[in-house]
Design a protein around this ligand. Sequence first.
Ligand code: MRU
Length: 354
Amino acid sequence: MTEKKVDNVFLNSSEDAVVILDQTQLPGKEEYLTLSTVEEMYEAILHLKVRGAPAIGICAGYCMYCLAKQIKTKDFDGFYRELSGYRDHLNSSRPTAVNLSWALKRMDKVAVDNKERGVDEIVRLMGEECRKIQEEDIAMCREISRLGLTLIKDGDGILTHCNAGPLATSRYGTALGPLLLGKEQGMDFKVFADETRPLLQGARLTSYELHKAGIDVTLICDNMASIVMKNGWVQACFVGCDRIAANGDTANKIGTSGVAILAKHYGIPFYVLGPTSTVDMSCPDGDHIEIELRDPEEIKSKFYEKPMAPEGVKCYNPAFDVTDHDLITAIVTEKGICRAPYGESLKKLFDPIS
Ligand code: MRU
C-alpha cells in the first residue's frame, strides 16, 4: 500500500515511521523523508525539515507513537523510562514553539493515565492520540481561517512574515488560512510576503504556497515592509505565532516585532493567528519565553555561493522575537478572536465562565 501524500506529516503504512515533506528542499524539490529513529526525528526538527509550530507538534505526536512501538519491554516502569528519554530528547530540539512540548506532554499523559492497562494498550491509545492531534489541527485551521476572513475584505493588501500556511500546519494554515479560504470563495487579495531572513521561509515557502494556489503574491525583502506600508498597499498584517504568553506577548519568527512596530506607525491592524495550543498560560509574559539561538552560519554563508561575512566575525542569530501585546490588534484562535486586555480575553478561551 502506498501512502496518500496529502499531509506534510503522516505515518507510513506500517505505522513504524513518520513521513515528512522535507521543507528545506522547497521550492525546488518535493522530497519526502522517512524518520524511524529518535536521532532522525530530532535532526529533522532541529534543521527545520519539519517546521512551523503546529506541524512540529503533529510530528512530535507521531514520533512518540512510533518510538513507543519500538520499546521492547512490557514492564510499565521500564517502558516509561525509555519513553521519557525519547520525550526529553525531542523536547530539547527547539525551545520556543510551545506546540512541541504541548504535544509531547499530551502523548506522555496517555501513558501515565493508562498505567494500569498494560503497555500494548497504552501504545494503541497513543496511536489514537497522535491522530487526534492532527485531526484537531485540521479543524483548528478551518476555524481560524473562517474567523480571520471576517477581518479583511476583497481586494485588501495583506503583509505576512515567515510561513504560517499549510506547510506549517495541516491544510489551510493559520496566517495564510483566511487568504486561501477567501480565494476559494472568489475573493482576491494582494499579498506581500517578507522573504524572512536568514532562513527564507517567506521566499521559499510562503510565496511557493500562495503562488501555487493562484493568489497574487509579491515577494519583498524584509527591509521593504516599510515602503509597501507607506505606499498604502497594506490594509492588514497577518502573522503566525510560536508561543503566546498569558498577557498576549507573542513569540514568532525573528523580524515579526519589527513588522508590528511599522504597522503601528502606519496605522495598519496587526493580527496574530494561532491555535490555542500555542497559548502558554503558564508563561506570564514575553520576558519568560526562551528564544532559540541558531548557528551563525545561517547568516554568514547559508544560501550564498560563497561566505558573505568575514571569517570569525561575531554573529547574533535569534530565531524568534517577541511582539509586545500592545502592538497586536487581535489574536485569532480557533475558539474566537481575542482583543485587549489579553490577560482577560486569553483566559476566557480556556475558562469561558471566568
Ligand atoms: O523557525 P520556524 O520556521 O519553525 O518558524 C515558524 C514561525 O515563526 C511561524 O510563524 C509559526 O511557527 C507559526 S506556523 C503556523
